[in-house]
Structures are given as structure tokens and as C-alpha cells.
Design a protein around this ligand. Structure first.
Ligand SMILES: [Zn+2]
Length: 214
């Protein structure tokens, strides 16, 4: 077995990778995941901007599972491979397709990510240079923070480097957390379903409950 610091397949940051039958990756941003040997070549063909989009979805999944058990994703080139138990078989394209499709969805899912990081309206949040994936703007954090302020979800704290979620932002978070009310939040709930069923469901099923598990 060899273990060494290499680059994460998706965000490109330094990650710990063990190569033993497959690539077992531990990334501070994307979490733990596995890449099969045949899938490695497929990921290398994916354009860099799409790989970053995948890293955003992985980070969202990691944030949604904060403190809970997290079945590892097993990236495969073919759904015919059989993953070890406790792993969820996915293709890179499947995860890429879960990147938000509209500006509104980006705002909503960024807001949900932030709400998982702060548990009180008086708590502020600060961003490091590599936190862009948390707001679905992996290479454009500064502009995304401007936009989150423009839509009224964040406000910069005068004289300090942090941000508060606004009252409007907290209202939107409450709306998104209502089960069945909004498919964006159901997206997050979906990851919990995955861990139970070991399969990823088609989008049409995403409105089914589970939101309160947050
Ligand atoms: Zn990563």
C-alpha cells in the first residue's frame, strides 16, 4: 500500500491518496471518496471547470452530513462495477449534473451551505481564499460574495472581515428547509436517502421528505 500527498482529482488541492485496488482520497474540501482505476482516466478527460463544479457538489454533500456518518462515493467508469459495501457507486457525470442549474439555485444552495456553518443569527462567517466551492463559485469567491450581498442574503460587517446572514437570508433558509416546499432543499435531503439505499435517485423523487433530518 502506498499513501502520499497528491492532488485531489476534483478541487486540485493537496489530498491524501492511498492506492490499493483503487484510489482512496481524503480531501479537506471534498471529503473522502474513492476513484476506480478505470475512472481515473475519465476524470482526467473532464475539463478543469467541470472538475471544480464536481468539487462544489462534493463539498455540499460533506457540509450536509456534518457530524453524521457519510458513506463514501465510489467513482466508477461504469455502473457495472461492484463497489465494496457501504459505498455509493457514481459516475463523474452524475455528480456534475447535480451542480445548480440556475442563478437562483446557486444562491439557495450557497445559502443552505452557509446556514450549516453558522447556527445563530448573531454568528458571523468569514471566508478563506479556498472557500469558493462552499458558495458554488470555486474560482470566483469575491464576486459571489458581492452577489450574495446584492440579493440581500449576506451583509458585510463594518470594520471587520466577516459577514452576517440577513433576516431575509434566514427567512429563505426557513423556506428551503420546509419539506416538499422547494426542490433545492430536497437536493440536500437526497444525500441522506443515498446512504440508506446505496443508489442515487432520479431527480423526480427528490421532493420526498427527509428535510427535517438536518
Ligand atoms: Zn478536493
Amino acid at each position: 500500500m502506498s499513501s502520499s500527498d497528491q492532488k485531489c482529482y476534483f478541487c486540485g488541492e493537496i489530498a491524501q491518496i492511498q492506492n490499493q485496488g483503487a484510489h482512496f482520497v481524503r480531501c479537506n474540501y471534498c471529503g473522502d471518496y474513492v476513484v476506480s482505476w478505470p475512472c481515473e482516466g475519465i476524470i482526467e478527460q473532464i475539463k478543469p471547470s467541470d472538475r471544480l463544479k464536481i468539487s462544489c457538489v462534493l463539498m455540499e454533500r460533506k457540509i450536509a452530513h456534518k457530524g453524521g456518518a457519510l458513506d463514501q462515493l465510489f467513482f466508477t467508469s461504469s455502473k457495472h462495477e461492484s463497489p465494496p459495501s457501504g459505498r455509493i457507486l457514481v459516475t463523474p457525470d452524475e455528480i456534475l449534473s447535480r451542480f445548480p442549474r440556475s442563478a437562483i439555485e446557486i444562491f439557495d444552495r450557497a445559502l443552505l451551505n452557509l446556514s450549516e456553518e453558522i447556527d445563530h443569527p448573531a454568528t458571523s462567517i468569514t471566508f478563506g481564499p479556498k472557500d469558493g466551492a462552499m458558495v458554488f463559485a470555486p474560482d470566483n469567491l469575491a464576486s459571489m460574495l458581492v452577489q450574495l450581498q446584492n440579493v440581500g442574503y449576506l451583509v458585510g460587517i463594518e470594520g471587520r472581515s466577516g459577514y452576517f446572514v440577513t433576516g431575509k437570508g434566514w427567512e429563505r433558509i426557513a423556506e428551503l428547509r420546509k419539506p416538499g416546499r422547494d426542490s433545492n432543499h430536497a437536493f440536500v435531503a437526497m444525500w441522506f436517502d443515498d446512504s440508506r439505499t446505496n443508489s442515487i435517485r432520479p431527480t423526480g423523487d427528490l421532493l420526498v421528505g427527509g428535510a427535517e433530518t438536518l
